[in-house]
Design a protein around this ligand. Structure first.
Ligand code: BGC
Length: 253
């Protein structure tokens, strides 16, 4: 059994738990600390250190980030402090925790976890996970292998708008849409993605995955099967741990 600490940095909470990466199960109860106001790098780093200490964890640590993460550097910050842009987040967390840290995009982590242990388990071919929350995150997985940083939430949709500005859960709240109205927007977006990528399966994650009975009946895709995510708020933690495990075994970047 390989146990790795997974930490999920979200807009309202930073959550962690040790994960058995063979089964995808948490081996201790999840611990959540509210995200510091503004989510500045130094303040987030302090919370990460607190979580590592909370679990008394000695091995590698996987951490999600809600933006592009390339070779340990955070390169975008649509919904967090702009000081993250260009930062060597891997070095920041590694130095602060004294652990071997791997940083991964939040949707990529959720996608890895759902494809292996959740709604996509056993599905071969192309799985496209989308998380609908403050933004829209995306993860493209082909036969279990992740293509990182797809950022499909930033595809242009509806003139001058990014998809996430128009079809995220925040847009639903902001524009005061009922579920049917929101599902119409989400369907337009999903059909666009179908035309571009022809996935074998869509997995819909983020906070809305818990309310699938409200929106799923109204979603229309052209030909792709669609299922809600099943790991819900554990997906990021589990996927971060999986990625750290892959790297520890020399398979990740
Ligand atoms: C970011 C993505 C992230 C998504 C969900 C988007 O605004 O660009 O990197 O995965 O939000 O947090």
């Amino acid at each position: 059994m390989s146990v790795i600490l997974g930490i999920d940095i979200g807009g309202s909470g930073i959550k962690g738990a040790p994960v058995d990466t063979l089964s995808g199960k948490l081996v201790a109860e999840r611990h959540r600390i509210p995200t510091p106001e503004g989510a500045q790098p130094d303040a987030v780093k302090d919370v990460v250190v607190e979580l590592v200490q909370h679990f008394g964890h000695a091995g590698p640590v996987g951490i999600t980030f809600p933006g592009i993460v390339q070779h340990g550097h955070t390169l975008s910050a649509a919904n967090v402090d702009k000081d993250w842009i260009g930062l060597d987040a891997d070095a920041l967390f590694t130095e602060a925790t004294g652990r071997d840290v791997t940083v991964i995009n939040d949707a990529d982590a959720a996608g890895l976890a759902e494809a292996k242990f959740g709604a996509g388990a056993g599905v071969s071919g192309e799985v496209l996970l989308l998380t609908f929350g403050t933004g829209i995150g995306s993860a493209l997985i082909y036969n279990g292998v992740l293509v990182p940083n797809t950022e499909f939430g930033h595809l242009w949709l509806k003139g001058d708008k990014h998809a996430e500005t128009w079809a995220s859960d925040r847009a639903r709240e902001h524009d005061d849409l009922n579920w049917k109205q929101w599902a119409k927007r989400a369907s337009t977006y999903l059909q666009y993605l179908e035309g571009l990528f022809s996935p074998d399966l869509f997995i819909i994650g983020g906070g809305i995955s818990k309310k699938a009975d409200k929106w799923q009946p109204h979603i229309q895709t052209t030909r792709t099967k669609l299922v809600p995510a099943t790991l819900q708020n554990e997906a990021g933690i589990v996927g971060a741990a999986m990625m750290a495990d892959q790297r520890a075994q020399g398979q990740g970047s």
